[in-house]
Design a protein around this ligand. Structure first.
Ligand code: AMP
Length: 399
């Protein structure tokens, strides 16, 4: 079954066409700056890519361009739209309604719309993608795969915030988490890697990219995660602050005269690695600067690793131990220096990084020593494959 995976952001649209049974990516690409005149569309596989510069009015136009590129021209992956069997959409917020992926119908669309209040940019973008596909590929089965559904197993004592209970009743303010598809994927792959059932393992999954989150997965069930009502909570990130003393918000509003939008912007776009280093949200640039002696860049490194280390400790306490710690995403997969800093000093917890293995490169691999009680793994994430697989299973079950 060929599944077209669509990940619609507020001004971008990423896609992959995946042959599920053979795990083959037939095509991939991205439309960027959707809604503007200087938009562009990148399409193709690795060393065989085309970039088309053209205004893209909206998501509907972006999807029309994608379908055109998939079916015609030198980079076509299929001969007609009939070769697309189903479509899987990434949806950020599924709220309390969705504890698993679902086939999309009018009721699901209404729920995604209702939940847009909790993730305004993301859910609205997903809806635009869904509507565009309905228009251009009427009748094709479509599934919604939510970033939050994996975390619906988290219990109230872990997902509630200690604010007046009525606010939870009125606005559904609670922890929902994010990056759930990535955490689910790397936990599954980690269990396969260590050759033990997921249900027998205590796993801490660390998604460390530009956005960062960490989860405790106890015997296959997510019991806690660091992102909250929104993806701003938890770990320090590229431009996001992560968890801070909430009193800082009114303080800044009072002293800097910031509006709610401005303070939101400051915490989401001007904080994290960028805010501390003053250099970049890209860890590679921060690393170069720190190695050249820039003190704030070094501080950013230390704060980032401290933040991850602290959560690892919390989740060991939450689960009463850990068997496997898994790292993924840009930083987790590629930055040996950050990994070394995160795991330094954890030997007494049975966690021992192998310095040489940590320097290696490649796909799925173990970077702990043979003596380490806890295995540390790197597993490149693959959210698109998970979306394709969920879509495949839902469509298959419905037949
Ligand atoms: P992602 O959001 O998963 O694409 O991850 C992006 C982050 O990964 C950025 O902060 C990059 O600087 C970081 N990253 C990617 N490659 C490396 C590398 N080789 N060393 C350090 N950081 C890296």
């Amino acid at each position: 079954m060929n599944v077209l995976v669509i990940n619609a952001g507020s001004s971008s649209l990423k896609y992959q066409l995946i042959q599920v049974e053979t795990h083959t990516v037939l095509a991939r690409g991205i439309c960027e700056r959707v809604g503007s005149d200087d938009a562009f569309h990148k399409h193709g596989l690795d060393d065989d890519e085309v970039v088309i510069d053209a205004p893209i009015k909206d998501h509907s136009e972006a999807i029309a361009m994608v379908l055109e590129a998939l079916t015609s021209g030198p980079h076509a992956a299929i001969s007609s739209l009939d070769d697309i069997d189903a479509i899987g959409h990434r949806v950020v917020q599924g709220g309390k309604y969705f504890d698993s992926s679902v086939l999309i119908d009018e009721e699901v669309i209404a729920r995604i719309d209702e939940l847009a209040e909790l993730a305004p940019l993301h859910n609205k973008a997903a809806l635009m993608g869904i509507e565009a596909c309905q228009k251009l590929m009427a009748g094709k089965p479509m599934a919604a795969v939510f970033d939050t559904s994996f975390f619906q197993t988290i219990q109230p004592h872990a997902y509630m915030y200690p604010i007046p209970y009525e606010l939870y009743e009125k606005y559904a303010i609670r922890k929902y988490g994010a990056h759930g598809t990535s955490h689910r994927y790397i936990a599954e792959r980690a269990a396969q890697f260590v050759d033990e059932p997921l249900e027998d393992l205590k796993i801490i999954t660390c998604h460390l990219g530009n956005g960062c989150s960490i989860s405790a997965i106890d015997h296959g069930v997510a019991v806690d995660t660091s992102m909250g009502l929104t993806p701003l909570d938890g770990l320090m990130m590229g431009t996001r602050s992560g968890a801070i003393d909430p009193a800082i918000v009114p303080f800044l509003m009072d002293h800097e005269g910031l509006s709610t939008d401005e303070v939101n912007d400051l915490l989401n776009k001007k904080s994290g690695l960028l805010g501390i280093s003053g250099i970049s949200n890209d860890l590679r640039s921060v690393r170069t600067a720190s190695e050249e002696g820039d003190e704030r860049a070094q501080l950013a490194y230390e704060m980032y690793s401290h933040s991850v280390k602290k959560y690892i400790g919390q989740y060991i306490a939450v689960m009463g131990g850990v068997d496997v710690i898994v790292l993924t995403a840009g930083v987790g997969e590629n930055c040996d220096k950050m990994r070394r800093m995160i795991f330094t000093g954890l030997q007494s917890l049975g966690i021992e990084l192998d310095i040489e293995r940590n320097k290696g490169r490649g796909g799925e691999r173990e970077i702990s020593t043979d003596e380490s009680i806890v295995q540390i793994l790197i597993i490149p994430t693959n959210e698109e494959y998970m979306i394709a697989r969920d879509t495949f299973e839902l469509v298959h079950d419905a037949e």
